[in-house]
Ligand binder design. Structure first.
Ligand code: G4P
Length: 533
């Protein structure tokens, strides 16, 4: 029992988000480097050295140079056991990011110091806000010309609506980058690019110096010395107070400046971050909050990933353990399936390797072989436990296509491919009320998902499809549960369509907001929702 408590207490599980190219991969790689999980930086993703990225499972990601799906990595550092959840950098996959955030206890947001808040930072950040989790900001690329740190903080506060607290403060940038001042410790970490460390292949040495130390000017220059003393005075006088409670609730973001490429500021950030974040927290279930330290295992599925291994055509369900301990060969109860099952081939990603594991604890993410029984949001518990975690809501799609197969002989593959890709949550599929799979309406949040669908059906299922845009823009789930409720009797505009999703839930799709209002005004009993729950 004692070791379960100890193991869970040392867990930290966080997601990392950024606009593409801000440096998320480089930062992750440096974390792994400090954790000793990889020997040489540049091996997580090397665009130049053409090594495969850990997170690049799908061809399409490589083609487009974006990370479409999210991956999970675990490493050890300073007594902590850390689970990093990578998220897709593209806004078209923000639903995937949302599901990943459901499995995380905090998030790290990486921002390019020259660019500030970018469109996808904004969109992904909004997704973070839906969860109220602590958000830590790493302002990256200080070794290059950067915008004023005041401007950057203002922009984060104004555009993202969160308060900021700079934990450290940069001294210069680009060629003049001298290091950072640690406000808590009242120390300077001086930046020194030495030989090979300039490209971040090794750990960078850090020289510490006091703000009132006479030798400081020699280290960072007289001009920087004065500017820094002024900045620190201003920050201490005019900035937000550090308030841990506000951090815990996602209202105040601790901000760190650094340079992932040169390794500067990465380790101090990691240390502070681990110290400020908490071990796994209790999670809400239909029977109240479940304490992570209770010994009985429980988990929920937040992601399903197909074809991680092309040769085996396997499908892996990723679950976040929320309480207790998982042991290999253990029997668990799958609440939604109503059955006891053995979780087969439990695995974890350790940097580049996938490893079969023997045990895992609350806070960890494990992937198990999925013979097609799991759906996103499913709960698994130790036999005898009777509760389930709240499901993961489905985002309302904003784009709709009618999808048909080109070769009608390949019907079986078409139905299988469409259903599996929808179960993974990569697309949503809808049908006419009582209709079959002859004609399928596919809904997506971002149009890039259509490309993924087309690509995957062709490459994984050997099916060519035809897609035709539909003029709908809004979707609402019907929440009426009355027995005599009949969607055919609804009074709707002629361009509104009644459909159902894979779970048989009723929906309406609308061409414009006016039609939604019409439906609401002419059917007072109708209950509509923007989320599929
Ligand atoms: P992402 O995962 O957020 O998309 O970003 P990634 O880490 O791939 O970084 C994008 C580019 O920015 C890479 O250059 C990377 O080397 C560079 N970069 C990351 N952090 C820093 C930093 O602190 N300082 C500087 N100067 N550059 C940084 P690239 O040329 O596009 O790729 P590569 O050929 O180096 O792999």
């Amino acid at each position: 029992m004692a070791d379960i408590k100890q193991e869970i207490t040392r867990r930290r599980t966080f997601a990392i988000i950024s606009h593409p190219d801000a440096g998320k991969t480089t930062l992750t790689e440096k974390f792994l480097l400090y954790g000793g999980a990889i020997a040489l930086a540049g091996s997580v993703k090397g665009k130049k050295n053409a090594r495969h990225a850990v997170s690049d499972w799908m061809e399409i990601e490589k083609q487009r140079g974006i990370s479409v799906t999210s991956s999970v990595m675990q490493f050890q550092y300073d007594g902590y056991c850390i689970n990093i959840l990578d998220t897709p950098g593209h806004q078209d996959f923000s639903e995937d990011t949302y599901r990943t955030l459901m499995a995380a206890d905090s998030a790290v947001m990486v921002i390019d110091a020259a660019k500030g808040v970018e469109p996808q930072t904004r969109k992904l950040f909004k997704v973070c806000l839906l969860r109220d989790i602590p958000i830590f900001t790493f302002i990256n690329k200080m070794d290059r010309e950067a915008r004023s740190p005041y401007d950057l903080l203002d922009e984060i506060e104004n555009e993202l609506g969160i308060q900021t607290y700079p934990v450290n403060w940069p001294i210069g940038c680009g060629k003049e980058f001298k290091g950072v001042y640690d406000r808590g410790r009242k120390e300077i970490l001086a930046f020194q690019a030495v030989g090979d460390t300039a490209n971040g292949q090794q750990e960078v040495p850090i020289i510490e110096a006091d703000l009132n130390d006479g030798s400081l000017a020699a280290l960072i220059g007289e001009g920087h010395c004065q500017a820094l003393r002024d900045d620190v005075e201003l920050l201490d006088g005019a900035g937000y107070e550090f308030d841990m409670d506000a951090v815990r609730h996602g209202r105040l973001s601790p901000v760190f400046f650094g340079s992932a490429l040169t390794n500067f500021g990465v380790e101090p950030f990691l240390k502070e971050f681990l110290n400020m974040t908490s071990s796994p927290l209790p999670r809400a279930s239909d029977k109240g909050e479940i304490d992570p330290f209770r010994p009985e295992f429980s988990a929920f599925v937040f992601k399903i990933q197909a074809n991680m291994n092309k040769a085996h055509r396997d499908r892996v369900a990723f679950m976040r353990i929320c309480s207790g301990k998982f042991e290999k060969g253990m029997e668990v109860y799958h609440v939604q399936g109503g059955k006891k099952i053995k979780l087969s081939q439990p695995q974890q990603l350790m940097a580049q390797e996938r490893e079969i594991i023997d045990e895992a604890y609350a806070g960890d993410i494990i992937g198990v072989f999925d013979p097609g029984i799991f759906s996103i949001g499913d709960t698994l518990v130790a036999p005898g436990c009777k509760f389930e975690y709240g499901g993961i809501p489905t985002f309302a799609p904003e784009h709709f296509n009618r999808v048909t197969q080109v070769d009608t002989m390949k019907r079986k593959q078409f139905v299988k491919g469409m259903t599996q890709i929808a179960q993974e949550g990569a697309i949503q599929i809808f049908q006419e009320l009582g209709g079959g799979m002859e004609e399928v309406i596919v809904g997506v949040v971002g149009t890039l998902q259509f490309d993924v669908l087309e690509y995957r059906l062709k490459n994984e299922y050997g099916v060519d499809i035809r897609m035709e845009g539909l003029p709908y823009e809004y979707i609402r789930w019907i929440e009426n549960t009355e027995e005599d409720f009949d969607p055919k009797r609804l009074n709707l505009t002629s361009d509104t369509r009644r459909i159902q999703d894979l779970k048989g839930r009723l929906l309406l799709i609308f061409a414009n907001e006016w039609s939604i209002r019409w439906a609401e005004e002419h059917n007072p009993e109708l209950k509509l929702s923007e989320f599929g729950r």
